[in-house]
Design a protein around this ligand. Structure first.
Ligand SMILES: NC(=O)c1ccc[n+]([C@@H]2O[C@H](COP(=O)([O-])OP(=O)(O)OC[C@H]3O[C@@H](n4cnc5c(N)ncnc54)[C@H](O)[C@@H]3O)[C@@H](O)[C@H]2O)c1
Length: 528
């Protein structure tokens, strides 16, 4: 597909959604009305008044035809352009044609106060004009191959839905030589093709589908439809995610659901959610009947680059972060970057902390890539996001491949996490990614204090994390917080009071270091 054309009534969101689509795809956006104003040097009301509607339609058609050979472009023709069949025909080849529709009530609401739409303001009331024009244009809109309803949806959600209509291609992220039982694949809109990755003949006829109400309904529906069409009986359970969900009562709820549906050892558990849901559901699936087939569809950036890959899960216990969990590899991980388009900004920032972590551990080129492309990442440019996800997943999986059960080298993936877990225990308002961000800075500073890293290393790390609005210093007086102290003393990486910490030596290289409690105390007391 070379183009996307958005047809629709004024107020249907063509310009807002079109600009978003162009941003996500890295394409150009053309608003035909704006182009008319630019070429004629007149505003739309002036043009109508001085030259009339017929001249307007002629120029509009000429402009539309001039864009019919452009590639990588999102075009939003004016609301009435659809009534000229030649306009539609000119744009049709290799184009995703979408009608953005909205109810008259929504249109009226969105067009309140608008002064530059001559056909809306002509004679009678705006409401009557909307109804009359809609009934005239509806038969034309009905001929557009795809229709997306915009009522009650954010522009991001509408753009996300449109992008699920584009043909998808699937990329294998698993190394060919991998001996791990997980296959990781990435593709825009991969969720709608779930059936391709779950051969019913390998499983029992029932599937437990676990998700989160905040995951856009469209994706949940697509996944359930794909499962049903391939013959599974789908049992669904939704959990409101967040750190609070990672506890024993959620595990019990999942076990109970499995018991009620009479799950057997080949009953797959499909999890579509962020890292908290995949952690708790992964734990429940790994323990029920000593392990059920697990398929993860991570829906946050953090889960796509880290929590959803690597075969670890965990729940919190007595305010301690992640002390209970198993190593359990999912059969499949399906990464759909389209989830990230409607993800709150804060969650993208949070996910970037784990990406920065991966780059510090083993990839100077990933570090440089995110330094260069911070703006594009936050603007959700899909190609850049895919590049970042691909690199971060590869960094993690190369380490996991060599040491799946964390006997040695895999511990490097905990860079920043000793501090992060202690901070998250003491300050629940910090998200996992925010706590990791502070943990990365403390690790880089400690490394410098111990003489293993140059002073520029912590500076570089801080500067990069700040590009994603991540915190880079612990809260005031954190060292005297008893919960911080308790969590630090309970860390999984300690032995005989000596903590093993991962410390960066330079970007792309880390080392494991045994740190005496007094060294750590002295270092932290300088940071409080
Ligand atoms: N197992 C591992 O190897 C591993 C590695 C890193 C982190 N983790 C764990 O991951 C957890 C953090 O994961 P997270 O950052 O994904 O948090 P999360 O699961 O709490 O998700 C963040 C928020 O985004 C919402 N959400 C999820 N998908 C969405 C979507 N597509 N659109 C809109 N909203 C959406 C959720 O409801 C939640 O409010 C922590 O508990 C951490 O311990 C595990």
């Amino acid at each position: 597909m070379n183009r996307i054309v958005l047809w629709g009534f004024m107020g249907s969101g063509k310009t807002t959604v079109g600009k978003l689509l162009a941003r996500y795809l890295g394409w150009k956006f053309v608003d035909v009305d704006e182009e008319i104003c630019r070429r004629s040097g007149k505003s739309i009301p002036q043009f109508f008044q001085q030259e009339g509607e017929e001249a307007f339609r002629t120029l509009e058609s000429r402009i539309i035809r001039s864009f019919s050979h452009r590639f990588r472009v999102v075009i939003a023709p004016g609301g009435g352009a659809v009534t000229e069949p030649e306009n539609v025909i000119a744009l049709q080849p290799n184009t995703l044609m979408v009608h953005l529709s909205a109810s008259p009530e929504t249109l009226l609401q969105r067009l309140k106060g608008v002064k530059d739409r001559p056909l809306l303001l002509k004679g009678r009331s705006a409401q009557k004009n909307i109804l009359r024009l809609l009934s005239l244009r509806q038969p034309y809109y009905d001929r557009i191959p795809f229709r997306v309803l915009t009522d009650g949806k954010t522009p991001q959600e509408v753009a996300q839905e449109i992008l699920t209509l584009l043909p998808s291609s699937v990329e294998e992220l698993t190394d060919k030589s991998s001996r791990l039982p997980t296959r990781i694949r990435m593709g825009r809109g991969i969720t709608a093709h779930l059936q391709d990755f779950l051969q019913p003949s390998s499983y029992s006829a029932k599937v437990l589908f676990l998700s989160d109400p905040k995951v856009p309904a469209l994706f949940r529906l697509q996944a359930k439809t794909a499962l049903s069409l391939s013959g599974f009986q789908v049992y669904e359970k939704l959990f409101s995610s967040g750190e609070e969900v990672k506890n024993l009562s959620t595990v019990e709820e999942i076990w109970s659901a499995l018991l009620e549906m009479k799950a057997d050892r080949r009953t797959p558990v499909v999890v579509m959610g962020g890292g908290t849901l995949s952690d708790v559901a992964g734990f429940a699936a790994s323990t029920y009947l000593r392990g059920l087939p697990l398929i993860l569809i991570p829906t946050t950036l953090l889960a796509q680059v880290d929590a959803g890959v690597g075969g670890k899960n965990a729940i919190h216990f007595h305010s301690i972060i992640n002390p209970i969990g198993t190593f359990y590899f999912p059969e499949s991980v399906l990464i759909d970057p389209l989830f990230l388009l409607a993800l709150p900004e804060k969650e993208v920032q949070s996910g970037m902390a784990e990406v920065v972590k991966a780059s510090i551990i083993a990839s100077p080129s990933l570090f440089a890539c995110i330094q260069r492309n911070a703006g594009e990442i936050l603007h959700r440019n899909l190609s850049v996001l895919e590049k970042v996800i691909r690199s971060a997943v590869r960094v993690k999986m190369r380490v996991v491949e060599k040491d799946p059960y964390e006997k040695g080298r895999r511990r490097v993936l905990n860079l920043g996490h000793t501090f992060a877990h202690a901070l998250a225990s003491a300050y629940p308002h910090l998200s996992h990614g925010e706590a990791v961000s502070i943990g990365l800075v403390l690790s880089a500073r400690l490394s410098h204090t111990l003489g293993w890293a140059s002073p520029t290393l912590p500076k570089k790390v801080v500067a990069l994390l700040k590009k994603f609005n991540l915190p880079t210093a612990p809260p005031p007086r954190f060292l005297s917080n008893p919960r911080f102290q308790k969590a630090l003393s309970m860390d999984k990486k300690r032995k005989d009071e000596i903590l093993t910490l991962v410390l960066p030596v330079r970007i792309g290289k880390v080392r494991l270091a045994r740190i005496h409690p007094s060294t750590l105390r002295n270092f932290l007391s300088e940071k409080k």
